[in-house]
Design a protein around this ligand. Structure first.
Ligand code: ATP
Length: 198
């Protein structure tokens, strides 16, 4: 049976990097962000629900989701963020579960930013939290060019605090050092998980 490892962390903490390093060791990765993108394809029922809640103009003339407009509205208040999560998360969880149980790998990674917030502990055997100080989150996430520092702060407010996340962890991976340091920590994690998987 596969050991299912939930990899989580705040925005810009290094989840995708950890998932990629684990994939290089041989893990199968189920990516919650990729599922989130797939379930809002044109014509989907999830997209219709989002349009009903956040305005029909979040869908463009080609039927595609305008992601930045949805994000602007959904992260405007705690209530609207909760509404977004209530629409998206049951569907993400359902699809993730299907993929996780079907994985043929010895170790399967569930890369899920909101694993702690959405109480998906039951889906995984081990929770790995990728941890960095908040100022590192802001500088790394804004350096990708995907977000401004303000957008990063807004998303951090919609996520669990650092201590809430770390309290839920079985393993905390410190990613405040270099990428080489992280690669070494992931190798050690892989060795420990491999023992568990036999
Ligand atoms: P998001 O929440 O936005 O999906 P994430 O948690 O998946 O982010 P990554 O995409 O893995 O984080 O990392 C964010 C950025 O920080 C990337 O550009 C990545 O290359 C860089 N990064 C990750 N770890 C380190 C490190 N130890 N040193 C320097 N840069 C790093």
């Amino acid at each position: 049976m596969t050991v299912i490892v939930g990899v989580t962390g705040g925005i810009g903490s290094g989840k995708s990097t950890v998932a990629r390093l684990l994939a290089e060791q041989g893990a199968v990765v189920v990516d919650a962000d990729a599922i989130a993108r797939a379930i809002v394809e044109p014509g989907s029922s999830v997209l219709a629900e989002l349009a009903q809640r956040f305005g029909s103009d979040i869908v463009d003339d080609q039927g595609q989701l305008r992601r930045s407009l949805l994000a602007e509205r959904a992260f405007a208040s705690l209530e609207s963020t909760q509404d977004l999560n209530a629409i998206m998360h049951p569907r993400i969880q359902e699809e993730a579960k299907r993929l996780l149980v079907a994985s043929p790998a010895k170790i399967t990674v569930y890369d899920m930013p909101l694993l702690v917030e959405t109480d998906q502990r039951a889906l995984v055997d081990v929770i790995v939290v990728v941890d960095v100080p908040e100022e590192v989150q802001i500088s790394r996430a804004s350096a990708t060019g995907r977000f401004s520092a303000e957008q990063v702060r807004q998303r951090m407010q919609a996520q669990a605090t650092r201590s809430e996340r770390n309290n839920a962890a079985d393993v905390i991976l410190d990613n405040s050092g270099s990428l080489a340091d992280l690669a070494l920590s992931v190798e050690q994690l892989w060795a420990a998980l491999s023992e568990q998987a036999v």
